[in-house]
Design a protein around this ligand. Structure first.
Ligand code: FAD
Length: 318
């Protein structure tokens, strides 16, 4: 079922959904099942699976010189989606990115997803690769998530790149896109970011999932700004409990978001790792309950494949 159909059919309900990462190369899907098994009692309508493009690493040769090598540490997004759908009977949402894909690659990936009966996609641009100064699209690839949304929407109309195909079957993908309550880090302003978000929706995106945030006021202002801009699709807040002291620095650095002073102070005062986790979980529960009260259609948890604390939050929220 399309993600938005779940929302339409359950207007007064707040679902929970989860995002998982494919295991590191060499790992087994068992680790994902172990992470998800304890969360399935909360009946997520869908589970997102992230996509990880190749990274560059430097290999040192015995002679001393370094060779730049491209590796993919977490392949398998599509296979994992098919496995999750089969194993749990749940919708799986693969993340599809622009980076590393020509438009032909994207078309082929969409054909494969359609054959697997995968109905939902989160369409993203992807980040710049390590050692690249900025995001560089593949030659002949999509430059922005907007272009990817357009390509998917076009296939939903039965229009493929290969114009020689006669009677191409239209696809029926429900398209999610990313939104940033605290602005995407490259955007010069929230207003500029909002302008491009609106373009993604106008091009055919059906719903928005947000970057994580720790201050609900930022989310509520974002939703208000979206509605003012004429963006009327469902907006799903993304949350993650803070679990380690070092995340006070790493989360703002990686995700370009601000942590509320009150949360920062409590975590700084915590004496043990357990105390940090407790504070993080309590904060996430309070955020979730407030969002639920505000009537959000779903709360999307970034599990980082660690379900223990997410379960504690869901127990209080579901
Ligand atoms: P876009 O919507 O293309 O926006 C990128 C920037 O360009 C923004 O600053 C925007 O304002 C600007 N912009 C947009 N369109 C235009 C235009 N036409 N002209 C000029 N400027 C424009 N990354 C992964 O690699 N794999 C994942 O699985 C993954 N999952 C994610 C899930 C969520 C919920 C979120 C929030 C992010 C995820 N990311 C993932 C990270 C994401 O790829 C990065 O944040 C990336 O930098 C931006 O992606 P986007 O789709 O928001 O890009």
């Amino acid at each position: 079922m399309r993600v938005t159909e779940f929302f339409e059919k359950n207007k007064n309900k707040t679902f929970v959904s989860f995002e998982v990462l494919p295991p590191l190369k060499g790992g087994s899907i068992k680790s994902l099942y172990e992470a998800l098994d304890p969360l399935m009692e909360f009946k997520p309508p869908f589970i997102d699976v992230t996509y990880h493009r190749e990274e560059f690493i430097y290999h040192q040769h015995p002679s001393g010189y370094y060779q730049k090598v491209a590796i993919r540490k977490r392949p398998g997004t599509v296979g994992i989606c098919a496995a999750l759908m089969n194993h749990y009977g749940v919708e799986a949402v693969p993340h599809l990115i622009c980076g590393g894909f020509t438009k032909e690659d994207t078309e082929n990936a969409l054909i494969e997803l359609n054959f697997l009966n995968i109905k939902n996609i989160l369409a993203l641009r992807g980040d710049a690769r390590k050692f690249d100064e900025k995001f560089v699209p593949e030659p002949g690839g999509n430059e922005y998530a907007l272009d990817l949304v357009k390509q998917i929407a076009s296939m939903n109309q039965g229009s493929y790149l290969d114009s020689n195909i006669e009677k191409a079957e239209p696809m029926d993908f429900c398209i999610g896109v990313a939104g940033y309550p605290e602005k995407h880090f490259e955007a010069p302003s929230l207003k500029s970011d909002m302008k491009y978000l609106k373009k993604k929706i106008d091009a055919g995106a059906d719903y928005i999932v947000t970057q994580m945030f720790f201050n609900n006021e930022k989310f509520f202002s974002f939703v208000e700004a979206c509605r003012k801009e004429g963006i009327n699709v469902p907006i799903v807040p993304g949350l993650k409990p803070l679990t380690k002291k070092y995340q006070l620095n790493s989360i703002p650095r990686h995700f370009y978001i601000e942590l509320p002073d009150e949360l920062v102070k409590s975590i700084q005062k915590a004496k043990t790792e357990e105390a940090v986790k407790e504070i993080g979980v309590e904060w996430c529960i309070a955020q979730s309950l407030e969002l639920k009260k505000a009537g959000v259609p779903c709360i999307h948890f970034y599990t980082m494949s660690d379900s223990e604390l997410i379960k504690k939050v869901c127990e209080k929220v579901c």
